[in-house]
Design a protein around this ligand. Structure first.
Ligand code: ADP
Ligand code: MG
Ligand code: MG
Length: 921
């Protein structure tokens, strides 16, 4: 005989938890996983002795079982709900479904993490033909009873009879819209302005009309039995977990589908009983600015949703927070001073208890205050910073708590101007792409880098629009306010550069057709030309037509103070990837403790690169070593100057200098005029130049003749670079400056490559000491780890290398076999279908690539205990990757200068979290 799993193991699940008086309350704030945030906090408020209408919470576990069970309630649920309902009735002194003294309840959703407005709630459950007269007699308020009834009918038919049943009406034909239509028609016929003008008689008639309409539209009767209403409500709340809105929200927020929602069945209290009743929402501090003022909105004679639904303009809570929009309205402080004082003391108590800003919902029934919800309030980055700093001085929280209060991503907001979200609401969306560079920007579109530079010079704000960008666009990108490309991924050139500069950038907006010749862009049948305004929201990846208002990210004086606290608790080092003295300076200002990646080839791009690029081309196209050496000699002073300037800008801090990395053919001139000039200089024909260039062509340059392979085949190139590094350092040291160059050999896969190049380094080092008459020049010799084989042989590599720096862009590329320049074609599908959880070029794939990193760290340190290990891939600025690097024992992460504060915060949070959770075996 098959044994049912349920009966074989352990206790039966407890599906229902009571709340109400202190004594009977079973839940608590730390039970959010089981009771949902709302249920757990309702219980906690009960424990604090606050006025909360009694009720009970059906667990998220029950919801999960309900879905497993093909949307049937577990058999054990019915009796426990009945028992809990009886307990609630005893506390409230009324009975559900009773004709004389009826209890009404609400069925409220509530998941582990707050999903505001994404799921359903039904109010006034229990009103029916039998209970209506009793409630009228009890309250002596017929209008109120019918107002509640029409709200029940509306919510119930919408949520339970339509949405939960999977009925999908045509646009504008939903039952709620139809019922609202009836109400509007009646108001119009009677010449009413407000819902509150409706009389008891009007509302009674409306309820009848509603029920008729439901019968016609949905083909069913509105249930007239309270217990049927209750179970309908509970089921509908469960089902709303899989409603379209809820699913979409979960995808965005990364909330697991398997969590489920709890249902809170709670005694109704009424804010719509007359002018001595009200309902409202409030924050213990201003969620937009962080200002320490009790802040909120309320409505007289209203119920629940009215405040948020925007049916009536809500009034301000108190005099201190009145704005120009609501100055004329009466505050709760003035209208109901006694209730206001009580509410104010409750919000203070809650804040003290939770040690964080509270978002609360309350209702006043006939002058008596009830608390209906509290939770830690959502806030902007600015508000989060201000609150954290205030709460330290108020001794409400510790410094460590404060560090944990800001999401690293929120720092972005503090560092970049952003699009005004209220302007965005009404804007025309032009295209969507990948949010490559954060913040907002508007400007006139231009189609070439040259135009961007020229227009910017004449004082115009421009958005550079390109099919995709290449290194030659760099000046134009610098000059532009923002960058929009039709192709490319999050680690495409444009994205990388933009993030490095903290520039707003959207890439891969594939619906955009760019015609650089006609200077037009088209999206569908919309066409824009050069000079037209667009606005980019780089944080979301949205492009809009026209010029939207921006909010300047005002430099908050507290930012620096906060970051100083962050650094107190940080263990992991944070460096920046920087290629120019200007970037280096920027990085220092953002708190970088060195440069983790200085790309030597950067001097061949952009401003002032004409001459060195010309010489480099000569080197590349040289026919003999002799020719090449001659050209290298000419290039040497440029390389040395570039390195020296950056070492100087980072004085006292380490700078990791990567030897030449890109495939040489990237630098071969395609322009005939340039080819001719080179030919002349080399004393060969233009045809020869073209032919030599063609010989350099590779079918797979990413894995071709590049990195250390260049150094092995052209040792003179390595030699020249090393000499530049040592001499630059020597000269600075002689001038009394401290510098710490770290020589990094790229694209290695075997220790012999390292020993080969090291021999050159030794020789050049000795020669430099001799030439400069010095005893030593401090430096390190190490390698980038970016090929899986380098991880597998890391012990051998560490015999030669004094440091490792993980190049996680290439390591991920080669580990996955995904070309990072070509992921646009399939990555969106991979993410959509959840084939992989996240783009490995944005966050380290800890499951797979992470193992390679862990292995390399362990093997490397087994040979060289003090092996210095860092990461210089783009992921170095991603908070989850930073945490992984900390846990794996890296010494530092390195990222774009603008992400340095984010990495610092993420590193401090990783250290604090690790403290809290000692390793368990
Ligand atoms: P959401 O999660 O969308 O905020 P809620 O469950 O909080 O949904 O319900 C929305 C509003 O309905 C609440 O803010 C409250 O004003 C009102 N409400 C819910 N339950 C009750 C109740 N038992 N008594 C009075 N009002 C209630
Ligand atoms: Mg709520
Ligand atoms: Mg690389």
């Amino acid at each position: 005989m098959a044994i049912s799993k349920k009966s074989s193991g352990g206790k039966a699940k407890k599906y229902v938890y009571l709340f109400g008086t202190k004594k009977c309350t079973e839940g608590a704030a730390d039970m959010k996983n089981l009771l949902g945030g709302k249920g757990a906090n309702l219980a906690e408020m009960c424990r604090l002795g606050l006025p909360v209408p009694a009720g009970f919470t059906i667990t998220t576990e029950c919801c999960v079982d309900y879905f497993k069970n093909k949307m049937k309630f577990p058999a054990s649920l019915k009796p426990v709900v009945e028992k809990a309902l009886a307990a609630t009735e005893r506390q409230m002194g009324s009975k559900f479904g009773d004709a004389q003294n009826p209890l009404l309840v609400s069925c409220r959703s509530g998941a582990r993490k707050s999903m505001p407005g994404m799921m359903e709630t039904v109010l006034n459950v229990g009103l029916c033909t039998r209970t209506i007269p009793g409630l009228i007699a009890k309250t002596k308020n017929e209008r109120f009873v019918y107002d509640s009834y029409r709200r029940l009918i509306t919510m119930y038919s919408d949520v339970v009879m339509e949405k939960a049943e999977g009925v999908e009406p045509e646009e504008g034909k939903g039952i709620r819209v139809q019922l609202d239509g009836l109400l509007q028609k009646m108001k119009k016929a009677k010449g009413y302005q407000k819902d509150t003008d409706l009389t008891a008689g009007d509302l009674k008639k409306i309820c009848n009309d509603y029920k008729k309409c439901i019968r016609v539209v949905l083909g069913k009767n509105f249930p007239d039995e309270p217990i049927a209403q209750l179970w309908g409500g509970i089921g509908a709340v469960f089902k709303s977990w899989n409603g379209r809105r809820a699913i979409a929200y979960r995808n965005i927020e990364g909330i697991p589908d398997g969590w489920g929602t709890a249902v809170n069945v709670q005694t109704m209290v009424f804010g719509n009983m007359g002018d001595n009743s009200a309902t409202g929402v409030a924050f213990s501090r201003n969620p937009a600015t962080g200002e320490h003022k009790f802040y909120g909105e309320w409505l007289i004679n209203a119920q629940g949703e009215d405040v948020v639904a925007g049916i009536r303009t809500p009034s301000p809570l108190n005099e201190a927070t009145k704005s120009e929009h609501n100055a004329a309205l009466v505050s709760l402080e003035k209208a109901m001073p006694r209730v206001y004082v009580e509410l104010d003391s409750i919000q203070k108590k809650l804040e003290k208890h939770y040690r964080d800003m509270q978002d609360i919902e309350f209702t006043i029934q006939d002058g008596k205050l009830y608390m209906l919800q509290c939770r830690v309030g959502k806030r902007t980055g600015t508000a989060a910073l201000n609150m954290a700093m205030d709460m330290i001085s108020e001794k409400l929280i510790s410094e460590k708590n404060a560090v944990m209060r800001l999401a690293p991503a929120q720092l972005d907001e503090l560092l970049h101007p952003i699009v005004d979200s209220s302007a965005e609401k009404h804007a025309k969306l032009l295209a969507k792409g990948l949010p490559a560079g954060p913040g907002g920007a508007f400007g006139q579109i231009v189609f070439t880098a040259a135009a961007a530079v020229a227009w910017a010079k004449s004082g115009k704000k421009v958005i550079l629009l390109r099919e995709e960008t290449n290194p030659e666009d760099i000046e134009g990108m610098r000059a532009a306010e923002g960058i929009l490309t039709a192709r490319g991924g999050m680690t495409s050139h444009a994205a990388l550069v933009a993030r490095g500069w903290g520039k707003c950038c959207i890439v891969g907006a594939s619906s955009v057709r760019v015609d650089a010749v006609r200077k037009t862009m088209t999206v569908g049948n919309k066409e824009l030309s050069e000079g037209d305004f667009v606005t980019l929201n780089g944080t979301k990846g949205y492009a809009y037509e026209g010029k939207l208002a921006m909010i300047s990210a005002t430099e908050n004086p507290r930012f620096k103070k906060f970051m100083a606290i962050v650094d107190k608790y940080r263990i992991l080092g944070v460096r920046a990837n920087a290629d120019t003295p200007a970037d280096a300076k920027n990085a220092r200002e953002f708190g970088a403790e060195g440069i983790g990646l200085f790309r030597t080839e950067h001097m061949f791009y952009g401003k002032g690169s004409d001459r060195p690029l010309f010489i480099l081309r000569k080197i590349i196209l040289s026919g003999t070593t002799e020719e090449r050496r001659k050209a290298l000699k000419k290039l040497f002073p440029f390389v040395k100057a570039s390195i020296k300037a950056t070492l100087k800008a980072m004085e006292g801090l380490p700078v990791t200098i990567r030897l030449l990395d890109p495939p040489l053919h990237e630098f071969v001139p395609q322009d005939p005029a340039k080819q001719k000039e080179l030919a002349r200089s080399l004393g060969i024909s233009a045809e020869d130049v073209r032919r030599r260039g063609e010989q350099l062509h590779e079918s797979n340059p990413m894995m071709g003749h590049r990195g250390v392979r260049l150094g092995i085949t052209y040792p003179e190139i390595t030699e020249m670079q090393l000499r530049a590094i040592f001499e630059a350092a020597a000269e600075l040291i002689k001038a009394g400056k401290k510098c710490k160059p770290e020589i990094m050999v790229p694209v290695t896969c075997d220790a012999h490559e390292l020993s080969d190049q090291k021999a050159i380094a030794r020789r050049v080092y000795d020669e430099t000491l001799c030439k400069m008459k010095m005893r030593s020049i401090p430096h390190m010799y190490g390698t980038m780890i970016e090929i899986p084989r380098a991880c597998l042989t890391a012990d051998k590599m560490a015999e030669e290398a004094e440091f490792f720096s993980f190049g996680t862009n290439d390591l991920s590329q080669m580990g996955f076999g995904f070309s990072r320049d070509d992921i646009g074609g399939f990555m969106p599908e991979y993410l959509n279908k959840k084939i992989i959880a996240a783009d490995p070029f944005q966050t380290i794939d800890q499951e797979g690539i992470g193992q390679l990193i862990e292995m390399a760290v362990a093997k490397g340190r087994s040979v060289r205990k003090d092996l210095k290990i860092g990461i210089c891939g783009e992921q170095g600025g991603d908070p989850a990757s930073v945490e992984f690097c900390f846990k794996t024992g890296l010494n530092y992460v390195s990222c774009s200068p603008f992400r340095v504060p984010i990495a610092r915060l993420a590193a401090a949070q990783a250290a604090i979290s690790a403290e809290k959770k000692p390793k368990r075996k």
